[in-house]
Design a protein around this ligand. Sequence first.
Ligand code: PHE
Length: 342
Amino acid sequence: MKMPKINLRVLKNQTQKEIEKAENLKELDEIFKKYLGKRGELTQVLRLLEKLPKTKRVKIGREANELKNFLRTAFDQKAQELKEKAQKKIEEKEWIDITAPGKKPVLGHLHPLTLVKREVEEIFGSMGFSVVEGPEMETEWYNFDALNIPQDHPARDLWDTFYLKNGLILRTHTSPVQVRYMERNNPPFRIIVPGNVFRHEATDPSHEFQLYQVEGLMVDKDVSVANFKAVVGEFFRKFFKKEVKFRLRPDFFPFTEPSFDIGISCVMCDGKGCSVCKEEGFLEVAGAGMVHPNVFKNSKLIPKDWQGWAFGFGLERLAMLKYKINDIRLFRSGDLRFLNQF
Ligand code: PHE
């Protein structure tokens, strides 16, 4: 049988050169397979040994085994070297300067209306009022009829309404929750109802088509306008953190009798008269009144058994006065230059 020519020295040089050139572990592995793998060149030489005559076999066998050990070590060393190189690269890339000052994460914060809403809830909460909610999609019954505003009553024009395709409307005020609550709960009670309301209106610096209201309702055997004045007075004092003068003036709402609007002494000019209060010294912030007997009736309460008062604040208005904001449209503009100030 013709033996292939075995030149271990050539094999050694060649292998060494290739190991030297390997740039990463994958390449090195390929080279290992090429020479020392199952079908590797050196492995094949070792396999052929037994076919050699004994004299040659011993000599070449020793040399081949030595070469195999030599190459293994060379592979191991190179592998180690490549691993260290890779590690170093990672370290360089991911190097962290632990002495550098930390980056401050940008903290989220609450929307000014949320802040004001929470504060209002807290103040009324401290006076024994619980927070109640109602649906934003409402029936005409709760939004109007039950509140003593019949279909053809001109007072409906006070609230420009969004009519929905499903036969419901977007509530124009939070007052329908008065009826919803009274239907299901027996007096005495005190509640506030914060929530979105919607009006089909053109917008300007003091008008929005989506507003945030807080309704208030207190019903008991014997409550009066005097109670009401005490409660709102306390609210203003706590909310504006100072003594605030306020006044009640006769007004009209179909669901209260008597009705009044509430004005507070202008917080911008302390009542002296300025452009915000149109030189009046007072600002209207809420509508209010004693619950109308028809509203009790529509809520399945007997009017002569109960007395109550209700109010409806515009939360935007309160926030504008508290933070001295001059355009109501800013609240829902999503403008970060505005929002980041809170
Ligand atoms: N619902 C009235 C409005 O939106 C405000 C109001 C509430 C008036 C409760 C009287 C009593 O204008």
